[in-house]
Design a protein around this ligand. Structure first.
Ligand code: ATP
Ligand code: MG
Length: 306
């Protein structure tokens, strides 16, 4: 089974594409077959991080039935075992996918014949982004120390959580809960926990099931653009708060240091982690990649034992 890691975040420009490309390189260097899928459909640029000028085909060819399978538009990069599926040629309308088109992409991603599948998402909380983030239960959220980024990240987490709930409960139960929560004058912002409480009241037989399903969602998150004067423990604090307030599981993977040479390497169409492997951001990224693969290894070991 492939491991699918959607990489998203509430705010633009926080480093989602840079991190997706860098983790892709690191997984491929460990001998895994890896594909990066550019799902920032309106503003695709992942190919540029990989030094690729103009990928000929991409998701558009799959949607327009020019190719039968999504893997037919996975192109090799300059890094052995690392492939990319681009969305450069998706028209602007494709950014607003129909439900069936979105489902077609999600189903095809789940069948891609790779060890690791990394999805580079656009920013924000539109339904397409949330559904792509929920392609697997292991989405990675990228944020920075900036208060605006932290705020947008909480909004993103709540939006994903509610979307997941909506996938689990029946539509009428969800609508009922949202209507009730919105009717409460104390609810300036509809809180996901209020909705869950109302759903449980409406459908108490399913309480255990619902909590179990929500706990399958395992958010990982990374703080990027980290500088020495900032609080290195912010990630751990967010992890604690989120684990207290949601039924889902939150894991802080680590900080990635700021380095202005990252911007320069993008201009030169070079991969930072290959050009500067011994710098702070590359070491941070390696630790994070190891943490992600460690979880995978221990999971497969457990399944072998049981
Ligand atoms: N740790 C870092 N230190 C310095 N610059 C960085 C770092 N991470 C990313 N950058 C730079 O920040 C800019 C934005 O990065 P990137 O395009 O990956 O963000 P994004 O979240 O994918 O943006 P968008 O939401 O527009 O897709 C790029 O110029 C990138 O080179
Ligand atoms: Mg991006």
């Amino acid at each position: 089974m492939p491991e699918i890691y959607p990489i998203g975040g509430g705010k633009g420009g926080v480093g989602k594409s840079f991190i997706a490309a860098s983790l892709g390189v690191m997984f491929a260097n460990c001998g895994k077959k890896v594909v990066l899928v550019d799902l920032d459909l309106g503003a695709s640029n992942l190919h540029t991080f990989l030094g690729i000028k103009n990928p000929k085909r991409g998701i558009d060819s799959f949607l327009n039935k020019k190719v039968k399978k999504l893997e037919h538009v996975a192109f090799p990069t300059n890094v052995p075992d690392l492939f990319i599926i681009s969305s450069l040629h998706c028209s602007i309308e494709i950014a607003n996918l129909f439900y069936t088109q979105k489902q077609k992409i999600i189903n095809a991603i789940r069948k891609l014949p790779f060890d690791y599948i990394l999805l580079d998402l656009g920013s924000g909380t539109n339904f397409n982004t949330l559904d792509f983030f929920l392609t697997s239960n292991k989405g990675i959220l990228i944020l920075t120390h900036e208060p605006t980024s932290v705020e947008n990240s909480f909004r993103f987490i709540k939006a994903v959580y509610l979307r997941k709930l909506k996938q689990i409960v029946k539509q009428h139960a969800f609508n009922f809960a949202v209507k009730n929560a919105a009717a409460d004058p104390n609810n300036a912002v509809i809180k996901s926990h209020d909705i869950i409480k109302i759903v449980l009241k409406y459908d108490p037989d399913r309480e255990k099931f619902l909590k179990e399903k929500l706990s399958e969602l395992r958010f990982k998150f990374i703080i990027n653009l980290f500088r020495k004067n900032l609080d290195p423990k912010l990630g751990e604090k967010i992890e604690t708060v989120c684990n207290q307030h949601f039924y889902s599981n939150f894991q802080f993977l680590g900080n990635i240091s700021y380095d202005e040479r990252i911007y320069d390497t993008v201009l030169l169409k070079k991969l930072f982690v290959l050009k500067y492997p011994y710098t702070a951001p590359s070491i941070d990224l390696k630790k994070i990649a190891d943490e992600i693969t460690k979880v995978r290894k221990s999971a497969s070991l457990t399944s072998q034992i049981s």
